[in-house]
Design a protein around this ligand. Structure first.
Ligand code: PAZ
Length: 376
């Protein structure tokens, strides 16, 4: 209807008139109108979201740290990457007892951060609190306690011989990164905390121009409970303790998004506005943007990655499937189309931490990949 209105305003429509020569021009105009419409509606969605969802308490501290960090690396002419990592929660109550979570241990983000550091980047690591961290990931979140790496010797705690070499290597890298001040660790828990931090840091990264990169590996919820539809207190399951008009403790006159109805818990989530385009258009227009797409249905993966690439104008979308994400990913980009990267079967080992690990040089890996591709 918008197109028809446009045509009414711009051409005199006479059925006997052949307007085919006008069509390319009209289509171009139409696409400009659509783009302008969608960018202004994205701005409206952004402003609505950030006006209604309160910022996290530590946002000011995080922005101060990020401003200082970015300023220092701008001065030194270094590339800076913002790596996001881990899942985002969707709280159901203001005093949160229950929440919905997105799957992610933070392995991809924490591991990638180490590789970025190794390649000369300064890294802002925006991660879900208590998910894996660069360097310490080698010794945390596994089935053994960190104490299993230690032993007592002459009344002192020392690292067990079998872990000396590996731990010394990791410790040296970590110490060097700390000495050079190249890693800034920030954290979030909920989807709203994540988005506030992402927006603030992205805007601070603007002066870096093309030296800024966003590597968005966090698993971000598509749905949320808006603040004005969130009950304050724990949702009660026992009818004897139900309060408020809709059976939720502390409910206002707005129907809460998460509430008890009869004996069931009903959760009525709203879509999170799509900010990924804003990252390109509004927050950090010159930066390189790499985003991830997680799927479980193999038949959808490449199509969905391609869709994200087109819709959000990111430079690279990396697709992965839940069950095979440790071994294979697909790179989808405008430049190279679709390109699969696979860890050869022989190298799908388990590290001590229980996480699959990749050993050896990138060259060696490339050779093994090529030979496996040939064989298959
Ligand atoms: O953190 P992890 O290594 O367990 O998992 C990584 C991942 C699958 C969350 C990541 O590679 C990814 O795909 N992130 C984007 C998820 C999404 O589509 O929102």
């Amino acid at each position: 209807s918008r197109y028809a209105a446009f045509r009414r305003n711009h051409v005199t429509l006479d059925p006997s008139l052949d307007i085919s020569s006008e069509l390319p021009h009209l289509r171009q105009q139409q696409s400009r109108i659509t783009m302008a419409d969608s960018s202004s509606s994205a701005q409206q969605a952004e402003s609505h979201y950030f006006t209604h969802e309160p910022p996290p308490k530590d946002l000011k501290t995080n922005t101060t740290l990020a401003r200082e960090f970015i300023g220092r690396h701008v001065d030194e002419g270094r590339r800076v990457v913002l790596v996001t990592s881990g899942g985002t929660t969707v709280p159901l109550e203001q005093q949160t007892v229950r929440y919905i979570d997105n799957f992610s241990a933070g392995t991809r983000g924490a591991t990638s951060a180490e590789y970025f550091l190794d390649n000369g980047y300064a890294v802002i690591f925006l991660h879900r609190q208590f998910s894996l961290l660069p360097f310490s990931r080698h010794y945390s979140h596994n089935t053994r306690s960190f104490l299993d790496y230690m032993k007592e010797e002459n009344g002192q705690v020392v690292v067990d011989e079998q872990h000396q070499e590996e731990m010394l290597r990791v410790l040296r890298q970590y110490t060097e990164v700390k000495r050079e001040g190249k890693l800034l660790i920030l954290s979030y828990v909920s989807i709203t905390e994540y988005l506030w931090n992402l927006r603030e840091v992205a805007q601070l990264m603007r002066p870096l121009g093309p030296k800024a990169m966003f590597y968005l590996a966090a698993a971000v919820s598509d749905f949320f409970v808006p603040q004005d539809r969130m009950v304050e207190h724990k949702i009660q399951s026992n009818e004897e303790f139900l309060q408020g008009p809709d059976g939720a403790s502390g409910a206002s006159n707005v129907k809460p998004a998460a509430r008890t109805e009869g004996r069931s818990l009903v959760i009525d989530l709203e879509p999170v506005p799509k900010f990924l385009k804003q990252l390109v258009d509004g927050w950090a227009p010159q930066a390189m943007i790499v985003s991830f797409k997680l799927e479980t249905d193999p038949s959808l993966l490449v199509r969905k990655a391609q869709y994200s690439l087109d819709k959000y104008s990111h430079h690279l979308v990396i697709g992965n499937l839940l069950l095979t994400r440790k071994w294979e990913v697909v790179f989808v980009s405008a430049l190279d189309g679709e390109k699969w990267i696979r860890v050869p079967r022989s190298r799908r080992t388990k590290s001590f931490s229980g996480m699959p690990s990749l050993v050896g040089s990138a060259d060696q890996l490339a050779k093994e990949q090529a030979s496996e591709a040939e064989q298959s």
